[in-house]
Design a protein around this ligand. Structure first.
Ligand code: SF4
Ligand code: SF4
Length: 363
């Protein structure tokens, strides 16, 4: 006799977060008095009762093995009463209630290659995506570039000497999973030619009206090609966004020779001092050059150094650029102004210069 199917359990949601909180947080929930940052990577939270909690923040590559998770758990058992959490930038934070455990925990993390930092005016972890590890539409890799860039910027992770916070994000295609559209520096994978169309497959694997509707520039229209019900792309209207490929696997764009990376700057999410803003295009194209992406790494480092040297206290990258003006920023960064910098999508006029206020640089 066939076995009865196991009862299907569904819609139970995640476990309640309070189940995992250390007693000190439960006892002081909503009653924290203040916090301070006694050293990079360590936040000291003090409750109204006088209770203290040190959260020790370490870098994490985000993509980690179960062995690493077990090691994190062992460290938490040893130093933090079994309690840790992950931050919104994928750092790991150990929740320590005994001050004597802070130094040995930091020593053990650092010795294993997990720097402690990411607090205050620092460069914290890079919010990033799947890249060639797991996604079908990536124009570049994620983990690879992130590792190369952070290798260069680790001194800014482990210190708090910058004028303000500087957030870096990476997305491997224009879907922009994550935070590239609102980061101080964003690394974004791009394609540079129109999709190839496998006309004999379109009808079999794609819903043609959805494909047509997926194109932001209306470059796709239904067509019969060599007897196949398919689509055609008006190439001069295509901007290589790959939205069509997302809905139609018969329209691939990925190309190892022409895919690469664009760099965006000046975005922020917080409302502190100035309004949140989107990041804007700084460099239209840099090549994919694995495994170390030297061009990308060099540019990101240079942008960080320029901003760090010239920005005023608490000025974010976008605030700084607004103050000095985009022409000056381009000149300082050695970026050639190109036609790709000029917005030509809907409502582009709003981004054009509409005043006579312009600064002429001295020769
Ligand atoms: S950004 Fe694009 S390629 Fe990267 S994970 Fe998201 S959908 Fe995939
Ligand atoms: S790549 Fe983007 S712009 Fe080009 S045809 Fe596909 S959806 Fe349209």
């Amino acid at each position: 006799m066939a076995e009865a199917p196991a009862k299907r359990i569904t819609d139970i949601g995640p476990p309640h977060h309070k189940k995992f909180l250390p007693p000190v947080i439960l006892n002081n929930y909503g009653k924290w008095k203040y916090h301070e940052i006694p050293r990079p990577g360590v936040l000291l939270h003090v409750g109204e009762t006088g209770d203290k909690l040190w959260s020790v923040r370490a870098a994490s590559p985000r993509l980690i093995a179960i062995d690493t998770l077990r090691w994190y758990a062992d460290l938490a058992d040893k130093y933090a009463g079994g309690h840790l959490r992950f931050t919104s930038r994928n750092n790991v934070e150990f929740l320590v209630t005994e001050e004597k455990n802070v130094d040995p925990l930091i020593a053990e993390l650092t010795a294993a290659g997990y720097p402690v930092g990411g607090t205050g005016n620092a460069i914290s972890n890079i919010v990033h995506t799947q890249g060639w590890v797991h996604c079908h539409s990536a124009a570049t890799d994620a983990s690879g570039i992130v590792k190369c860039v952070m290798d260069e910027l680790t001194p800014y992770f482990t210190s708090m000497k910058l004028p303000g916070k500087l957030r870096i994000a990476l997305a491997c295609c224009l879907n922009m999973c994550g935070a590239v559209h609102c980061s101080d520096i964003a690394i974004l994978g791009i394609h540079r030619h129109a999709p190839a169309i496998k006309h004999d497959q379109v009808k079999k694997v794609c819903e043609i009206p959805s494909v047509v509707a997926a194109c932001p520039t209306a470059a796709i229209r239904p067509a019969t090609v060599e007897g196949n019900a398919s689509v055609e792309v008006i190439e001069e209207n295509c901007m290589y966004c790959a939205n069509c490929y997302t809905v139609c696997p018969a329209m691939p764009l990925n190309d190892p020779d022409t895919d690469g990376v664009s760099i965006w700057v000046g975005g922020k999410v917080s409302n502190a001092r100035t309004e949140p803003r989107f990041s804007k295009l700084a460099i239209p194209f840099l090549p994919n050059n694995p495994p170390r992406w030297p061009e990308v790494t060099e540019v990101v480092k240079k942008l960080v150094e320029l901003w760090a040297a010239d920005a005023r206290k608490y000025e974010r990258m976008g605030d700084w650029i607004e103050r000095i003006g985009w022409p000056r920023f381009f000149k300082l960064a050695g970026i050639e102004f190109q036609k790709q910098h000029i917005d030509d999508f809907k409502h582009a006029g709003l981004t054009f210069k509409r005043s006579t206020h312009i600064r002429f640089d001295k020769a």
